[in-house]
Design a protein around this ligand. Structure first.
Ligand code: CP
Ligand code: NVA
Length: 309
């Protein structure tokens, strides 16, 4: 049984193949529509947290491929509370051909995959966000024509999105530097694993603390919210800490020394916090194509895991 839980589970070849399939499916869609390769197939979409992009892009992805998606709201299932993760996995496996889940604890994704007899797709956990990073690699490759040797600098919290970008960079030869305030670095085990994965591609994976120097020479500057879902009680402290230099603004773009530096954000954006309006809406911004590409890249996941493409 193949699942989509972490980019670190993929070989470089498998990851490239997802990107190539996404290219094909996007081109096919732009030429008038996808073939119904998932006709009669269904996806359960289990959410413990809110979502705009993940929910709608997976749902439309299923629909474009001829399949059907069922949304299950955070209040409905009570993952691990109303019913055990194992039982939910077993029950859903009898109804649907795949399960996409957005959870707090990554262990719940792992547990769903352990007990489901259908593929499980990680739609974000507290640990990582692999569907996001796959789409982002797709967007960068589309915008810059390559991944090998691209320099991506992630400015902000060493969070779930940063983790998946490090794994994705490591597998594709894209250098990733994560710049955070002290105490908000990615987990050491993640950095170590990303560096091991990078051995083959030669990608340089770094952690830094000074955004002004770290962005010098960057091709892509990436940011995410300072307070992730589930960390709301830390919001005031985080706001004060990250406001001290970790905002993507015009001065930081200038510090890259690269007039055409691309700006990315997984969204939702807290404008005026981690990114300014001027930057989010600048010609450097890839934000809207990045969001659209979630749908195209995730179609590759659906086609491969549910449709065996
Ligand atoms: N980027 C992302 O996953 O957005 P949503 O939280 O809206 O799904
Ligand atoms: N790091 C953010 C990403 C949202 C898509 C969060 O976990 O809330």
């Amino acid at each position: 049984m193949q699942h989509f839980i972490s980019l670190a589970d993929l070989t470089p070849t498998q990851l490239q193949s997802y990107l190539d399939l996404a290219d094909e499916l996007k081109a096919e869609w732009k030429q008038g529509g996808n073939k119904p390769i998932l006709a009669g197939k269904s996806l359960a979409m289990l959410f413990q947290k809110p979502s705009l992009r993940t929910r709608v892009s997976f749902e439309m992805g299923m629909q474009h491929l001829g399949g059907h998606a069922v949304y299950i709201a955070p209040t409905e299932v009570g993952l691990g509370k109303r019913e055990s993760v194992a039982d939910i996995a077993r029950v859903l496996s009898g109804y649907v051909d795949g399960i996409m889940a957005r959870v707090f604890s990554h262990e719940h994704i792992v547990g769903l995959a352990q007990y489901a007899s259908v593929p499980v797709i990680n739609g974000l956990s507290d640990y990582n966000h692999p569907a996001q990073a796959l789409s982002d690699l797709f967007t960068i490759r589309e915008a810059l024509g390559r991944l090998q040797g691209v320099r991506l600098v992630f400015v902000g919290d060493g969070n779930n999105v940063a983790t998946s970008l490090m794994f994705g960079g490591a597998l594709t030869g894209m250098d990733v530097t994560v710049v955070t305030p002290a105490g908000y670095e990615p987990q050491p085990a993640v950095v170590q694993q990303a560096r091991e994965l990078a051995a083959q591609s030669g990608a340089v994976i770094q952690v830094a603390h000074d955004p002004q120097t770290a962005v010098a020479g960057a091709d892509v500057i990436y940011t995410d919210v300072w307070t992730s879902m589930g960390q709301e009680e830390e919001k005031q402290k985080r706001l004060a800490t990250f406001a001290a230099g970790y905002q993507i603004n015009e001065a930081l773009l200038t510090a890259s020394g690269h007039a055409d530096v691309k700006v990315m954000h997984c969204l939702p954006a807290h404008r005026g916090e981690e990114i300014t309006d001027a930057v989010a809406d600048s010609p450097n911004s890839l934000l809207w194509i990045q969001a659209e590409n979630r749908m195209h890249a995730q179609k590759a996941i659906l086609a491969r895991l549910i449709g065996q493409a």
